[in-house]
Design a protein around this ligand. Structure first.
Ligand SMILES: [Zn+2]
Length: 68
């Protein structure tokens, strides 16, 4: 049997931990989010969509700043 390590990620500040006891768990819409501090949890409660932003695939936008 292998021990599967799970990384918990704070969607607000992006901090990660392998110890769920170190983070504060919070359930929203059937999803469990983990926060490094009450401060981050409070921010998440104010802006729940912050998690969507954090979990979306990061890709570069080709902004064309054409200074001519
Ligand atoms: Zn945090």
């Amino acid at each position: 049997m292998t021990t599967h390590k799970h990384i918990f990620r704070d969607p607000v500040c992006g901090m990660t931990t392998e110890d769920p006891g170190a983070f504060t768990a919070y359930d929203q819409d059937g999803e469990t989010y983990y926060f490094c501090s009450d401060h981050c949890l409070a921010r998440f409660k104010e802006n729940p969509h912050i998690a969507d932003k954090a979990t979306e695939v990061h890709h570069e936008h080709g902004h064309n700043h054409s200074h001519g």
